[in-house]
Design a protein around this ligand. Sequence first.
Ligand code: ZN
Ligand code: ZN
Length: 134
Amino acid sequence: MSILMVANCPGCGKVFQKNLRNLCQDCVSNLQNEFDVCDRYLRSNRKATTEQLSEAVGVSVKQIIIWIKDKRLPVTDYPNLTYPCNSCREPIRQQEMCYPCRSRLTKDIREMQEKDGSRVQQGFGFRSRVGGRF
Ligand SMILES: [Zn+2]
Ligand SMILES: [Zn+2]
């Protein structure tokens, strides 16, 4: 007996047999078509921005961003493809956040760790009681 794994397609809501791409066959081929259209448009409009591309081909900015992050649309080839930083919405082209936000975050984390570190040292005297190891 084989068990069919079925789910509602997140693209169109239809019930479909689960697969690796987690989309029904219709949506997979639609998406492939959309990608081909984007790809073709970019080949003749290398300088297009994400918004221009979205408007020109009728594919949502959200979907285009997924392709940029997947590196299916290589930003090295297309200088104006960007997406907003997770933190400040500045246009970026790699990772989830722009450089200033990332360095601010690293600094915050470091400060937090330093604070934690000093707390651990202060509390060291009664750690043996709390931990119950000794
Ligand atoms: Zn579907
Ligand atoms: Zn930012």
